[in-house]
Design a binder for this molecule. Sequence first.
Ligand code: NAD
Length: 470
Amino acid sequence: MTDLTTFEGLLDAINDDGGREVLNPATGQLVGKTPVHTEADLDRAVATARQAQRDWAARSHAERSEALNRAADAIEASAEALAGLLSREQGKPLNGPNARFEVGACSAWTRANAAFPLEPEVLVDDESGHAELTYEPIGVVGGIGPWNWPMMISIWQIAPALRMGNTIVLKPSEYTPLSVLGLVAVMNQVLPAGVLQVVAGEGELGRALTTHDGIDKITFTGSVETGKAIMRTVADDLKRITLELGGNDAGIVLEDFDVAAHAEDLFWGAFINTGQTCAALKRLYVPDSKYDEVCQALTDLAQKMPMGEGLDENNVLGPLQNQAQYDIVARLVDAARDSGATILTGGNPDASGAGYFYPTTLVSDIDNANPLVAEEQFGPALPIIRYSDLDQAIEWANGLDVGLGSSVWSDDLDAAKQVAARLQAGTTWINKHGAIDPRVPFGGMKESGFGLEFGVEGLKHMGLPKVTSW
Ligand code: NAD
């Protein structure tokens, strides 16, 4: 049997010699070849998942939790191999809050879902009668994901789906299929056959998954545009749906913010995964009194954080994952410069190398209506917008159609909480941004999402609520 604890063994297990080449976005070198599945392959996977679901759903919660814990053990045993694969395919460095961190989150989320209590909830228990709420498996879940955190986002779909007694068929992003195939191969060493499968292909295969009559629920993470298309598609047969979509997160610095104490938190809130993170800080509103100090602190950090090829342990920032994303960032930063904004650092890519490297970029003296502020640029650029009136800053923060995350930066917790209460976002962090926890529900307001992930609340979104009353 192939040894999936080594990178070579893992790649050998998933590589398809006749498949499509996947290149490392840092070097342009071949990582491996992905299978390209057809709709007939999808039909087979769904049929297998339906068959497997009967036995899986009949198991107790304790048995399913035990299986998930064994899967987490397997992820931990293959952690370095998985991180190496992820780094080569996605581009993110092994080091820093990147590839190893992502693989660690995969086992953490799996264990957390294994541990969540799912006892019947007693709603009424008095002389008028009794009512209990339980959650039943939905059936076969179709999971569709993006390319930025491909393993972690797959786990957000896999772990609660399986714990609840569903089986799942994943359709990873065409940019990062190997990472998901690798993760699933590792977990399938210990999971029962058929409960967890992957079909690799482009958006059209994702669409086929959403229209498939053997699929009972779609859980999707990706762009707002695709989320809307999927919602329209599943309306025909009323499939259950969870949508985790794009964002354009605002952060508001208050007057009493201790810049030196939290500058690194601010930096990583914006630039984790080279800014390719749905809930990363994308627009920072700073009062006049703190403006120069915040700009300087972030510029100092941006200039000292090493960016480069992911397998080099010195690097903490990697390339953009693909040409299309690189082009979006370059276009928006160029347009900001042309409009008269100041590029404090970055913004001037060296096009001579092989990878999609775009330097860490900070932009000041920029108007709130500038497209670099108003559009989801999903890369390593942060516009810093000056404000003199807090109400105005809150209005700007709330002024977009999306509302995934947001943050408030202040030494006064009460003042920060008052501002947090006025921000239209699924999560508002205080003195941090994007810090997720498997126990804490996560989801978007407005066009950023529909439904919840994580925590017992997220687990319940993978089940059908069922009331028994007597
Ligand atoms: P995308 O919407 O282009 O693609 C996501 C997935 O959908 C891919 O697997 C793609 O093949 C598939 N797809 C495309 N068209 C489809 C269709 N018609 N039907 C079904 N599937 C289809 O998104 P992306 O560019 O891969 O990812 C980046 C986006 O994801 C950003 O907007 C980011 O904010 C968002 N995102 C959100 C979260 C969150 O938790 N809210 C997390 C990560 C990324």
